[in-house]
Write a protein that binds this ligand. Sequence first.
Ligand SMILES: *Cc1c(COP(=O)(O)O)cnc(C)c1O
Length: 360
Amino acid sequence: MERVYNFSAGPAVIDQSVLEKAASELVCYRDKGMSVMEMSHRSAMYVDIYNETVSLVRELLCVPDDYAMLFLQGGATLQFSGVPLNLMTGSGIADYLDTGNFAHLAMKEAEKYGKVNVAASSLADNYTYIPAMKDVKLAPDADYAYITTNNTIYGTRFIELPDTKGVPLVADMSSNIASEPLDVTKYGVIFAGAQKNLGPAGLCLMLIRKDLLGREHPLCPKLMSWALQEKGESMVNTPNTYGIYMLKLVMEWMKENGGIAAFYQNNLKKAAILYDAIDNSKLFSNPVVRKYRSLMNVTFVTGDEAKDAAFVKYCKQNGLENIKGHRNVGGMRASIYNAMPATGVEKLIRVMRDFEKANS
Ligand SMILES: *Cc1c(COP(=O)(O)O)cnc(C)c1O
């Protein structure tokens, strides 16, 4: 069977060459006589895979040595609790920028552990923009400030960062990590669920400035203690060994294809042609403020639920899957992560034009 173009928001498309490489090594990894899934996480053969993954991520994402790298389970969502449990222990106050569904969930979770200062919010406008940084009201004594750099459901992204005046900036980058150049040093903590741009679900990549380790709440569960996980090289218990291996394959594929810089250029082009097509259409429109448009998740609507549903069905008939938008926004959402080729976006644009012609 032919592969479809999969516009899922996550778990999301993985490049076919990565899947084929995994398939070729699935039963016997190189000369080891066993699958990566069957290896002890303490064995020399697996530790080699682990170390290679760390060094590839460090190289591709330009991660400085004073940042710890963790591969944890529980997805991005576990860190909605992990962040306050590890950091909300000084003043007990944290700033949250409420810019979307996941930001809001993270904020609600943090409220269990301390005082949340909602530094800015676009909730009242259904998260159609990112608040201007000059209007962000940060608490001067906060333990950290928290942002979600790309809002997966609403299709917006940060284009500038708040000036936190030395307060560590924590960022959920689940849906845009590795899609554009990243200056890690601007952040205290970065985390990302893997299932958008980094591989299959079940793994959360974390980058933590080392001076922020060891601040955890006394009741912080052992597996959620960043300091213990750093000391134990993410192997306080059995890690997601296969997920880490898949991340390695994704990093190798990115490196072979020009690294972040090349993917960024491609992502800019893909987003530009898709937003252009939407802007030039009389049927479809994009509901978010233009300058905050996401490069990864492109939302669009017809304004008529029946037409939206008909379009989603028409996409399916044309080999374009998972175009239906999230229920909070309605309409459509095309997630065009690193592994979505330009040909997929071009086909979507053709299908949009055909549908518009037939329905006007
Ligand atoms: C997908 C996503 C999450 C949730 O990830 P899980 O791994 O399912 O916990 C959190 N934040 C953002 C920005 C996301 O895109």
